[in-house]
Design a protein around this ligand. Structure first.
Ligand code: FRU
Length: 502
């Protein structure tokens, strides 16, 4: 480790311009570059951070390691990359923001959050550091670090840590503070690992009002004592008077159709948190997204009160086909979270309507022969329709299909089994096969089911039953896979709705 850390660079300015340009050139040559999703110009993108509304705009950062695929540890570098937007659709590129240039974050400016305080944006994140003992045993020493951003987007770090090290009953895995305010006090929830190697969430609380002093307040008391070995990126918020803890636990074994990805993201819904005892009474853990590539969510409350969420449209340790072009990762479209019957529903935010171009109406009776749905040939599309299966058994939707329909990303709605299945077995370039090529969820419906789908160059996001079941999947089709086919099995289905080119 000493060798690895010695030459680590602290600031992007230390990297020669031509090195960055060369990386960006490689990335730009990728056939998989997304059209309306956030991606890095090059390098590795992971968690969304600091999602907030400040100075009349939405601000969003992401974890960024620009030279991750250069495979040269001497120029390894890590930080928060900054974007701003007035509509959550068109993003202004504000460049690298918080870098690993202080003793408190020298081995990584890790995930965190932000909140407007007076006329500044207060950011809180985990400074990852490694420290070695006499015996050369390296251990993680996390700091929770504060930084202020002013209206000119200039950052100033608070030079003393807000919190030093982990809780005494936890290992060094203690990170990803998500801040909020309650009764004039600031709190943050962090992911942690107990010394018995189980995951949990801890709360810190600010002392005084200037946000420079914080205390370790306590453990969030949930019913789950053994849910995985580490919880990452926890987020506590309330919607309609109910408390939600959304987080990414690592180490849940696959169970039936659930927890099929390497790491999971899900939530507890319950009564609002008791701030005196830190008790949180909640329902059982529920996985949030049913797809393949979804992790490390972050939410914010929009000025109009909506709870909006973004996630990393990817997962650790998956080797995405884009790494060949020296980049990886993107963020999901922003989604509104709604609570219905103690469940979180995800819906694409209404602002995305501004992406719509040519509109095509669909009103189609289909049978067991393949019918073509995409008549414009554009690959980036939004589909919003209802399928009526009263006379049919199954509805098959093939997205990003080639002419012969031998390659496609296939969604099957099975009325009898009340299930929906997404398969990327024939999607295109294969990856992550060891975690399976199919995902499945139960969905309750009578005859009609609503589908709302966003297709980008290398992804699909499928919202079923108004957000009851959502499949998020990266796919890497060949360029000739521009078609959509539909088929009805066991009788006719009726489709009514619209398609837009995006
Ligand atoms: C989740 C995560 C966080 C950490 C960050 C580092 O993907 O591991 O826990 O803060 O990524 O990039």
């Amino acid at each position: 480790k000493s060798a690895q850390f010695k030459n680590m660079i602290k600031h992007i300015d230390q990297v020669p311009e031509n090195v960055i340009k060369e990386e960006e050139r490689l990335t730009a040559a990728s056939p998989f570059r997304q059209k309306f999703h956030i991606e890095a110009k090059s390098g590795f993108l992971n968690d969304p951070n600091g999602f907030s509304f400040f100075n009349g705009k939405y601000h969003l950062f992401y974890q960024w390691t620009p030279l991750a695929f250069k495979k040269d540890p001497s120029i390894w570098h890590h930080g928060w990359y900054h974007l701003a937007s007035s509509d959550l659709v068109n993003w202004e590129d504000l460049g690298p923001a918080i870098e690993s240039d202080s003793p408190l974050d020298k081995h990584g400016t890790y995930s965190g959050s932000a909140m407007t305080v007076n006329d500044k944006l207060f950011c809180i994140y985990t400074g990852n550091t490694w420290t070695n003992t006499q015996t050369d045993d390296w251990r993680r020493l996390p700091y929770q670090v504060g930084a202020w951003m002013d209206k000119k987007n200039r950052f100033e770090k608070i030079d003393k840590p807000l919190i030093t090290d982990s809780f005494s009953d936890c290992t060094g895995h203690f990170r990803d503070p998500k801040i909020w305010m309650h009764d004039n006090n600031y709190y943050a929830v962090l992911g942690a690992q107990r010394r018995n190697l189980t995951g949990t969430a801890k709360i810190i609380k600010s002392v005084g009002s200037d946000l420079t002093q914080w205390q370790k307040y306590g453990e969030l008391k949930t019913d789950e004592k053994h849910l995985g070995y580490m919880w990452e990126c926890p987020d506590y918020f309330e919607v309609d008077g109910q408390g939600v803890l959304l987080f990414s636990p690592q180490g849940l074994p696959a169970k039936g159709d659930h927890y099929r990805n390497i790491y999971q993201t899900g939530y507890f819904i319950g009564e609002p948190l008791n701030y005196d005892t830190l008790e949180f009474k909640h329902e059982k853990f529920k996985e949030l997204d049913a797809g393949f590539d979804f992790y490390a969510t972050q939410t914010m409350e929009a000025p109009d009160g909506r709870r909006i969420m973004l996630a990393w449209f990817g997962i650790s340790e998956i080797d995405y086909p884009t790494t060949k072009y020296h980049y990886s990762g993107c963020l999901t479209i922003p989604r509104e979270l709604i609570i219905k019957d103690k469940k979180l529903l995800q819906r694409p935010i209404r602002e995305l309507k501004s992406l719509r171009k040519k509109e095509t109406q669909i009103n189609l009776l289909i049978d067991d022969s393949m019918s073509e749905l995409n008549l414009t040939g554009m690959v980036t599309q939004e589909l919003d329709f209802e399928v009526d299966l009263s006379l049919a058994e199954k509805f098959v939707l093939d997205l990003r299909a080639d002419q012969e329909n031998s390659h496609h990303t296939r969604l099957i709605i099975d009325k009898e089994k009340q299930a929906c299945i997404l398969s990327r077995k024939d999607s295109g370039v294969m990856f992550a096969e060891k975690y399976g090529t199919e995902r499945r969820r139960q969905v309750k419906f009578q005859e009609k089911l609503h589908l709302h789908i966003f297709i980008d160059v290398s992804s699909v996001e499928i919202f079923i039953g108004k957000g009851e079941v959502v499949f998020s999947a990266r796919i890497f089709p060949n360029e000739d896979q521009t078609k959509i086919f539909v088929q009805s099995i066991g009788g006719e289905s009726h489709l009514v709705g619209k398609i837009w080119d995006l």
